[in-house]
Design a protein around this ligand. Structure first.
Ligand SMILES: [Zn+2]
Length: 337
């Protein structure tokens, strides 16, 4: 059996512009016709997979293990996947420098994800890559349109490391260190911007302006702020539960085509007046949200470039563990009396 917790190496990542540039190359020059179909059935394996014909049987087995584990990882969000018939297309991009150089959500027809992979990487590198949890999390809500893409990317990016931590693929504090680093990258990107623009405007032309980091990580702050508010409300709730309720009632509701409609449903399901006013505030922001204050509320602090997690039993550390760990692990993670 593989020791998942020992596999904590951080894959080398390219910058966003490099990834996007290479993604365009992939789209233009490396399109490969899927050559074999396979149904991974059973609990945690709800995928219809089309494999690139260039993959060997051993490579398909390895990648099937990766996808199976990704399903398990995403199920740590609320216990189920967004669908039980997710379409997966796997294409190859050898020499890419990372296991999953590019992926995109499939919205037309049956929903799913198209992955471009370098099958030369070992399984452990695939398992510690965040791409699969990110893309599969996208399927938990409908596409909200370009001006509200910060909501879609924010939800997927908020959960990508948290779910890996819940599933034991990365350490609990590692997830928060990566979230803190993401916020800092978003802020750095915004400092280089020429003129003030709202988050909605930056989202609308995200691809043309390259404002990925600001858009993604502002969205993460939105969901972290909402999650913290839900968890400290009476009665306590969580973003996990709201997303779960949304999946049960409304995921296939064709009327939800923008962010305003989506957050209104979230408020209805949570019995709150939270998501809508927060949405109105965030979409108008011309700066990064106050992510340092949000991180402080979960006991995450950055000093001199080093990010650490409070390990005491105070309210901030407890709030962080509540968000990061699945139910059975919380007692074990809490410090003794
Ligand atoms: Zn995404």
């Amino acid at each position: 059996m593989i020791n998942w917790r020992a596999s904590l190496r951080t894959p080398a990542r390219l910058s966003w512009p490099a990834r996007v540039s290479r993604a365009l190359c992939v789209l233009l020059f490396a399109y490969a016709v899927p050559g074999a179909a396979e149904r991974l059935t059973g609990p945690g394996r709800p995928f219809d997979i089309s494999w690139d014909a260039a993959l060997t049987a051993a490579e398909r087995d390895k990648l099937a293990s990766w996808l199976e584990r990704a399903a398990r990882t995403v199920r740590t969000l609320h216990g189920a996947l967004p669908r039980d018939d997710i379409r997966i297309i796997v294409e190859t991009r050898r020499g890419a420098g990372e296991p999953v150089p590019f992926a995109r959500v499939l919205r037309r027809g049956r929903e799913g994800v198209r992955f471009w992979v370098d099958p030369g990487f070992p399984l452990e590198r695939f398992l510690t890559d965040w791409t699969a949890p990110h893309e599969l999390t996208h399927l938990l809500i409908p596409y909200p349109g370009r001006a509200d893409v910060w909501l879609s990317e924010g939800l997927a990016t908020y959960y990508q490391y948290l779910l890996q931590a819940r599933d034991g693929l990365i350490a609990e504090c590692t997830a928060w260190q990566r979230i803190a680093a993401g916020f800092a990258r978003g802020a750095a990107a915004l400092r280089g911007a020429t003129a003030p623009r709202s988050l909605a405007a930056a989202s609308r032309d995200m691809h043309a302006s390259g404002s990925y980091r600001r858009v993604y990580w502002s969205g993460v702050a939105y969901f972290l702020e909402a999650d913290l508010a839900l968890r400290t409300a009476t009665p306590a709730l969580s973003l996990d539960r709201v997303v779960q309720r949304f999946g049960q009632c409304c995921l296939d509701d064709g009327d939800i085509t923008d962010g305003a409609a989506l957050v209104a449903v979230f408020d209805h399901l949570a019995g709150t007046t939270l998501f809508v006013p927060l949405y109105d505030r965030y979409r108008a922001l011309e700066t990064m949200p106050d992510y340092a204050s949000l991180l402080a509320r979960v006991g995450v602090h950055t000093n001199g470039g080093e990010t650490g997690c409070a390990q005491d039993d105070g309210p901030a550390a407890r709030a962080r563990r509540d968000i990061t760990l699945v139910d059975g692990e919380r007692d074990a993670a809490a410090p003794g009396p």
